[in-house]
Design a protein around this ligand. Structure first.
Ligand SMILES: *Cc1c(COP(=O)(O)O)cnc(C)c1O
Length: 355
């Protein structure tokens, strides 16, 4: 399939790359493609960024049949543009599609289309330190119909947003609240999918945590409310003694690509790296005996997010004295050095965009 390109007549002014926030500015063009049972995925096109006209009965608005992805394009010092493990994002998109009964797409075609879109928008990839172009592929159910069933028609699109340094004021450890009242996902549900309903369902607990002065919620499993799953919309790691532990993928945890990359680096560096069940009690006990060294989250937006404080019931514990632990710092540096091309990519994670 050939991608049709329709250029915008007028281009927006480029933002000052030293003062970018997150997710508020969008580029001049977007990628669009449609699905119908007769034609399959068809009409791939890069066209001017524009609102999507839809009938008020459009199924995605009522039944939430939608999936998305999140990845970034990075500007290297020599001016080239590169992506970090983008094939993994499109693989995961297809996994999310299967869970949401959305027709799957050709991962290689999508990667090629994304590269074409970024080439058109190359001036939008910022160059200031730790800035990047955030990429949001999305699929939504388009039938105008009331009644619960899978839609017959869909829209796939990719929008791009230049984003600033996540830690503009330096690495900032977050405070997290362990909730027993709410769960994010249950086994057999859609916790493994990047689907909007999961985020809507997390808002109540998140808002309650914010009211108590906490940044994120630490989610326990949906069955026993005993085993740790994720933190906010990130995967989570613990350093206890000389062991690095992350919850094993159990069906309700999102398969984070940053998570997978941290595990791969830890193994490469010959650390004791465990993917296993870990209970909140084990973490509290490790803290009591002085063995809990670090806790950090992992995700595309922040890369690594150190945890400085954790509240569970009426117990509040300081982690790494509220500072950034050495492991969190080491993974953050290694990952961002590869992403920005400051270090050689010995893992085969980088895809260059021809511009
Ligand atoms: C996207 C996401 C992550 C992190 O995935 P990355 O591929 O590392 O960005 C973790 N948990 C949830 C719930 C997510 O939505």
């Amino acid at each position: 399939m050939k991608v049709e390109v329709i250029k915008a007549d007028r281009l927006k002014p480029l933002p000052d790359s030293s003062s970018l926030g997150f997710g508020t500015i969008f580029t001049d063009h977007m990628f669009n493609m449609d699905y119908s049972p007769e034609k399959g995925w068809h009409n791939p096109r890069i066209e001017p960024y524009a609102p999507i006209m839809m009938d008020p009965a459009t199924m995605v608005l009522h039944y939430g049949q939608a999936v998305f992805e999140g990845l970034k394009a990075y500007r290297t010092k020599k001016g080239s543009i590169q992506l970090f493990r983008p094939g993994e994002n499109f693989k995961r998109l297809n996994r999310s599609c299967r869970l949401l009964c959305i027709p799957e797409l050709d991962e290689y075609f999508l990667l090629d289309a994304l590269k074409q879109l970024i080439a058109v928008e190359k001036n939008w990839v910022p160059a200031a330190p730790e800035t990047s172009l955030y990429i949001r592929p999305t699929i939504i159910a388009m039938d105008p119909f009331l009644g619960v069933r899978a839609s017959n028609t869909y829209r796939f699109y990719i929008i791009l947003s230049p984003v600033g340094a996540y830690y503009a004021a330096g690495f900032n450890p977050v405070k997290i609240l362990v909730t027993k009242e709410h769960v994010r996902a249950v086994r057999g549900g859609v916790g493994e999918a990047k689907t909007p309903g999961n985020y809507a369902a997390s808002l109540y607990a998140g808002t309650s945590a914010h009211k108590l002065g906490y940044t994120q919620v630490l989610w326990l499993d949906g069955i026993e409310q005993k085993y740790i799953e994720e933190v906010g919309a990130m995967n989570i790691f613990f350093v206890i003694d000389d062991e690095i532990i992350t919850p094993v993928l159990n069906g309700s945890i999102l398969h984070g690509i940053t998570r997978d990359s941290v595990i791969a680096l830890a193994r490469e560096w010959k650390y004791k790296m465990s993917e296993r069940r870990i209970s909140i009690d084990e973490v509290m006990d490790a803290h009591k005996s002085g063995k809990l060294k670090e806790i950090f989250g992992s995700g595309t937006a922040a890369v690594i997010s150190p945890v400085g404080e954790l509240k569970y019931g009426d117990k509040v514990i300081a982690v790494s004295d509220g500072k950034v632990g050495p492991m969190a710092g080491k993974f953050f540096k290694a990952l961002t050095d590869i992403q920005y091309g400051r270090e050689k990519d010995t893992m085969g994670w980088i895809e260059e965009v021809n511009i």
